[in-house]
Design a protein around this ligand. Structure first.
Ligand code: ZN
Length: 362
């Protein structure tokens, strides 16, 4: 999610930049391309868009005041309540894809079909952490996607707390045989998430036996987060999980005072062979340029520890609603409007990446 979110944001920034550049007076009336190959000026496009004011109003009215009022919310509530968590490789994700395949057909959309994708299949199993020194304290953890398990008896080791990779490298000698606890300050998601995705690898490089990472969050109510993480070839794979901001801060205070911290960690995570899954596609075929595609999308998979109502049920269902509204009004756009519901986004945009590789030529 993190990686994809960042790329998306950066692309959007570029789109907005181009858009607003053309609003500047010196660009008005000029070609949208430097080599003047694009025939329309910004003025042309502005006028063309203005011609759709009534249609835009009809769509908004249907969504906000008409019979489609609250529809996407209701559809999402039924979906999330019925299917529940939809982790890559799980039966629930299969059920979600089947559910959406039928729902999009029943909605009367065109070319409803599934495109096969092989996706990772990781299950967290049972997991817990217990502080043994300086006192007994149960530490809330969430194992990170792709983490290996601990040995069946668990790992009991002393903790070293660091605030950054720099500090870890400076104190590399001390980290050997220990559990590395990262108490990295939260700057923003895009910047701070590398502690989650690379924390285990960096800790393993200096000989640590496990890593516990402060959840990548600006706010906490003692709630650890999960997410994907990446091992590297030739670096030992050590178990890794997120802990709450509160426990990371407490262990940091303890270690600052020179208090010895010992933690017992047990994780039963398992990675299975990749399993078959699908991107789910539906369209409204364009009237004039059917081969030109306007793509709207969200991802159907979610993490296992929630219902994925917002991430990314919200994105998936609002994208479906865009097509639904246009169909309900009997509108047919000039270009094909295509909905794609990705699979295995949380594992690194697997479904979207495959779609891109298969479709980039057209
Ligand atoms: Zn997501």
């Amino acid at each position: 999610q993190a990686i994809c979110g960042k790329v998306k944001r950066e692309k959007m920034k570029y789109v907005f930049l181009v858009f607003f550049m053309n609003l500047l007076p010196q660009y008005a009336g000029k070609s949208l391309r430097r080599d003047d190959s694009y025939p329309k000026t910004f003025e042309d496009i502005k006028n063309e868009i203005a011609g759709y004011t009534d249609i835009a109003k009809a769509i908004i009215d249907l969504a906000v005041h008409g019979k489609a009022q609250n529809r996407s919310y209701e559809r999402l509530a039924v979906f999330a309540d019925t299917i529940g968590p939809r982790l890559s490789g799980s039966k629930n994700l299969d059920a979600a894809i089947k559910y959406m395949f039928s729902a999009l057909q029943e909605d009367g959309l065109e070319n409803v079909h599934l495109e096969p994708v092989k996706v990772p299949h990781w299950e967290r199993g049972e997991e817990f952490a217990m502080m043994l020194e300086p006192r007994n304290h149960s530490i809330a953890i969430l194992g990170l996607g792709s983490s290996v398990a601990t040995p069946p008896e668990g790992i009991t080791a002393e903790v070293i707390v660091v605030a950054s990779f720099d500090e870890l490298h400076k104190r590399a000698q001390e980290a050997k045989g220990k559990i590395v606890v990262y108490n990295e300050p939260f700057i923003n998601y895009g910047e701070t998430v590398r502690y989650r995705s690379q924390g285990a690898v960096e800790a393993a490089k200096v000989g640590a036996v496990a890593s516990l990472i402060r959840s990548i969050a600006s706010f906490s109510i003692y709630s650890p987060h999960t997410g994907w993480q990446n091992y590297q070839p030739d670096v030992p794979q050590i178990p890794t999980a997120c802990i709450s901001v509160e426990d990371a801060e407490m262990m940091s205070r303890m270690s600052f005072r020179g208090t010895k911290i010992v933690v017992h960690l047990k994780m039963g995570a398992k990675t299975y062979p990749d399993s078959p899954s699908f991107n789910t596609v539906a369209e409204i075929v364009g009237s004039k340029y059917p081969e030109q595609i306007v793509l709207v999308s969200g991802h159907l998979d979610s993490w296992d520890v929630g219902q994925g109502a917002m991430d990314d049920g919200g994105g998936a269902f609002i994208s479906w609603e865009a097509l639904s509204l246009i169909k309900d009004l009997g509108l047919r756009p000039k270009r094909t409007l295509r909905l794609v519901l990705w699979t295995a986004e949380e594992q690194g945009g697997i479904g979207a990446e495959q779609y891109y590789q298969l479709h980039k030529v057209n």
